[in-house]
Design a binder for this molecule. Structure first.
Ligand SMILES: Nc1nc2c(ncn2[C@@H]2O[C@H](COP(=O)(O)OP(=O)(O)O)[C@@H](O)[C@H]2O)c(=O)[nH]1
Ligand SMILES: [Mg+2]
Length: 239
């Protein structure tokens, strides 16, 4: 039987995490759940601890403070790899990603080693217009600067097989924040990981507010340019 781990990171998600846990348990009753909480001041960690009595499949990793999303995702990759999980699913806990669509994203691993949920090609982007424009812009630039056969680069709704986990972990990261999610793809692409996409619906967060600093948009644009240059330099040094 496939050993699967569903992961999310939380910072002040008390309004959403109860729903998320229940929906994940409904969609994937025999999968384990890992949550990395950064000592959320709103008591998200306490609520998760309380709910883990009803849902023993939950492992809560509480960190001392807000250490950021990229280090939480790297922790999950390491945890899944070291604990012999066959599949790792990563997603947001705020209601933007639907746990009912986990089977769809994992289904992409039938013919690939990694699958990302896409908001185009049959997927939908139902968040507010400004956010739709932002991710459309970022993904269009990424397709041009870092082509790898994907339409989606930025969403964190992803499924990793073991070879994909290993490849993502062995990459040396230079960026954090949103750029980390693009760099993770670039790292796997460089190592020849076969990638697929499956359509997903992306909704506005249910409750609470976004924690990603707005300057991440500029940082990510710079990161994309640097990754693209690095590709060109690698190609030139091979010839
Ligand atoms: N552990 C942890 N989780 C975080 C941090 N920043 C964001 N998150 C979580 O990561 C997910 C995505 O963050 P969100 O604020 O919704 O970003 P946005 O959707 O890009 O606006 C949510 O589940 C957040 O609770 C962080 O610094 N640490
Ligand atoms: Mg969000």
């Amino acid at each position: 039987m496939t050993k699967e781990l569903i992961f999310t990171a939380t910072y002040n998600e008390r309004d959403n995490i109860g729903w998320w846990i229940q929906e994940v348990a409904k969609a994937r009753p025999s999968s384990d759940i890992l949550i990395v909480d950064d000592n959320s001041p709103d008591g998200t960690g306490e609520l998760i601890s309380e709910m883990s009595k009803e849902f023993p499949q939950i492992t809560l990793h509480s960190r001392v403070g807000k250490l950021g999303l990229s280090s939480a995702h790297l922790y999950a990759l390491q945890y899944a790899y070291e604990n012999d999980y066959d599949v790792l699913v990563t997603m947001d806990a705020d209601g933007s990603h639907l746990p009912s669509q986990i089977p769809k994203v994992v289904g992409g691993l039938d013919n690939a080693q990694f699958c990302i949920g896409t908001r185009t090609h049959g997927g939908t982007h139902q968040a507010k217009k400004s956010r739709q424009l932002l991710s459309h812009g970022a993904n269009t630039i990424a397709r041009v600067l870092l082509p790898m056969g994907l339409t989606e680069y930025t969403t964190s709704f992803r499924a990793f097989s073991r070879p994909a986990m290993k490849a993502a972990l062995s990459h040396e990261y230079g960026f954090s924040g949103y750029a980390f999610f693009i760099e993770c793809l670039e790292g796997m692409h460089q190592q020849g990981i076969v990638m697929a996409e499956r359509p997903i619906d992306f909704l506005d967060r249910q409750g609470g507010v976004s924690k990603i600093p707005k300057n991440q948009i500029v940082v990510s644009a710079g990161a994309l340019t640097q990754m693209s240059w690095a590709r060109i330099r690698r190609r030139a040094s091979k010839n």
